[in-house]
Design a protein around this ligand. Sequence first.
Ligand code: ATP
Length: 209
Amino acid sequence: MRLPFCIGLTGGVGSGKTSAARIFQELGAAVVDTDEIAHDLTRPGGAAVAAIRSEFGADYVAADGGLDRAKMRRLVFADAVARKKLEAILHPLIRKDSQARIAAAQQPYVLVVVPLLLETGAYRELIGRVLVIDCDEERQIARAMKRSALSSDEVRAIMAAQLPRAKRLAAADDVLHNDADLQALRRQAEALHEKYVALARKASQDASP
Ligand code: ATP
């Protein structure tokens, strides 16, 4: 079966991926967010919880039956082997779920949000174009802190484990510059949306017999 035209959206921590994805969704794109899927899989009753319990022990499952996120975050930050084990549980499930959601999309194209798209190379074969969202690093740190309970040192540590800004920009087919307000982000997304609808139409014409 032929999958719909996919754009991969990536960017550093706090760069504005979720905000941009929301705008594209409002404009009419399908959005498949791999972080959101990971979150769903580890909620109470989520498909990854039983495997996490058997690999890491009941201590890593909170009283509500979902993953104890704070505890797991501390573990995988300090222990690379544990991180690999967690990824081995989650990645195939995220992949399967993403693919099913992409295949089911009825919209002209799918925006697939993959924070580490360029770092890991995962999902590249599904993706027709890479869209990078970018802002200067001071703004990025302030926004990441605003969205989460992380300190500036913790945000900097996450940034250090991600691709440097210049390399990410060099790998982009398109860039959203998120240095101003959300209106400015929306204006850029509107222009790209038109372009993506046209590219998706062309891809589907080229593929039809
Ligand atoms: P993470 O990597 O942590 O998942 P993200 O890349 O998805 O983050 P967002 O959650 O979209 O980034 O944005 C981080 C924070 O910055 C949010 O509180 C969001 O509302 C805010 N933000 C994003 N873009 C802008 C903007 N242009 N103007 C003002 N605030 C913004």
